[in-house]
Design a protein around this ligand. Structure first.
Ligand code: ATP
Ligand code: MG
Length: 404
């Protein structure tokens, strides 16, 4: 396990006045780019086509050499490192995944380990470990890329990039070719993985919504390779630095802020839960005290079954008569934007929220969400740092200055 020692801890990435002028180009592809990505964070480069995102990213592992300036990895200039060495140490995921079609999934994952001369046994063990990590069944190891779906191939791409546990990952539109539903799932999985792995990541996308969801910090670039703004997502949404950024971020900034908060960050409604056969009187009492005036029927593991109808409450004891199923069930870890779209899709004004074991912890409603949108402004400076600390559970209580 400890064999890849020294590799696994994350490193900062620092761009210092980096410029790339391609031969024959009229203006630089990247122009005086300076920014610092703290160790363990995701920095998203976002901007219109041709603004220099890919060029900026590829200078980190020297697939492209810079014209001037410097890039430091963990304080060391990439200029002092061999390109081959950098490429081995930096995980790289691209949109067209770039799996070798005639090699099995396990062999694809082992591309870099085999360059490093790992033993067969060690490579095989690592491939299994990585398949599990990215949520693919082990049986897939002997298949070929064409026998996998696009989303599965993308997971293989991520597994391959993680093979030697690199401190730094470069990801160029990694989910760009995936349909919206699988894309949302991959984003969530990847964020969960990153919460554990804490790599330093440069992530390229042209989709501002993806940038807001994935980034600890976002670098908005404009054509000509100039940095328009570098800020945490909340700041970008609240205080765009220029008309260009404002335009790029788009008109529905309030809605976009929904991607900054998770269901667990806000004050949910309370609800009375009940089990079939329990005395009715107590349920009526608890319902009167709760925020929601109907009770939620749950099973023996406190998992939601459905909303109790008036008739279910008429006898001495609760009968499992439902007015409607508990749909949608919202996960405590969902971002508000995704939870809202689930509410809208099921034409429901509210939905039970469940924790890790599927147990009911409260109710999310349209009102709760609109309050959350209204209170977001108070979180502007460094919302990500704040969210990472424990103090902020009551984000829904925050009374921010009025916007506009
Ligand atoms: N090898 C090259 N030689 C000359 N010019 C190049 C080369 N690669 C890229 N460019 C130019 O540099 C600029 C930045 O390109 P780059 O690929 O970095 O943009 P990008 O932001 O990644 O765009 P996209 O969103 O379309 O992928 C573009 O004007 C492009 O035409
Ligand atoms: Mg590109």
């Amino acid at each position: 396990m400890g064999e890849s020692s020294g590799r696994s801890s994350a490193e900062t990435i620092e761009f210092r006045d980096v410029t790339k002028q391609y031969p024959g180009g009229s203006e630089p592809a990247v122009d005086g780019l300076s920014l610092e990505v703290p160790a363990g964070e995701i920095c998203v480069l976002v901007g219109p086509s041709g603004c220099g995102k890919t060029t900026a990213m590829r200078m980190v592992n020297r697939m492209i050499d810079m014209t001037s300036g410097d890039i430091l990895l963990g304080g060391r200039s990439v200029r002092d490192r061999k390109p081959e060495e950098l490429r081995r140490e930096i995980g790289y995921v691209i949109q067209q995944i770039g799996l070798f079609p005639h090699r099995t999934i396990a062999d694809n994952i082992s591309t870099v380990p085999s360059l490093l001369g790992w033993s067969k046994a060690r490579m095989s063990e690592r491939a299994d470990e990585l398949l599990e990590l990215v949520g693919l069944p082990r049986e897939m190891r002997d298949r070929y890329p064409s026998q996998l779906s696009g989303g599965q191939r993308q997971r293989v791409g991520v597994a391959r990039a993680l093979a030697v546990d690199p401190p730094v990952m470069l990801m160029d539109e990694p989910f760009g070719a995936i349909d919206p539903i699988n894309r949302e799932r991959l984003q969530n999985e990847f964020l969960r993985l990153q919460a554990e792995l804490r790599k330093t990541i440069v992530f390229v996308t042209h989709d501002i919504d993806e940038a807001i969801k994935m980034g600890d910090r976002i670098a908005v670039m404009q054509v000509g390779g100039k940095l328009a703004q570098f800020a945490p997502p909340a700041e970008l949404l609240m205080a765009p630095a220029s008309p260009f950024v404002e335009d790029f971020v788009g008109a529905d900034r309030a809605l976009k802020r929904l991607a900054l908060q998770r269901v667990r960050d806000i004050d949910l409604w309370t609800v009375a839960t009940c089990r079939t056969g329990e005395p009715t009187a107590g349920v009526r009492e608890r319902t009167a005290e709760a925020d929601l005036d109907i009770a939620l029927l749950v099973d023996e593991h406190q998992r939601p079954v459905g909303w109790l109808s008036e008739r279910g409450l008429t006898g001495e004891r609760i009968r499992s008569e439902l007015r409607s199923p508990a749909d949608p069930v919202v996960d405590l870890d969902d971002i508000l934007r995704d939870a809202l779209s689930d509410l809208l899709a099921s034409e429901s004004m509210y939905g039970p929220v469940v924790g890790a074991q599927g147990e009911v912890v409260g109710v999310l409603s349209m009102q709760v969400i609109s309050q959350a949108v209204g209170s977001a402004p108070s979180e502007v400076p460094g919302a990500t740092e704040l969210a990472a600390s424990e103090h902020v559970n009551g984000a829904g209580d925050a009374t921010g200055p009025d916007e506009e």
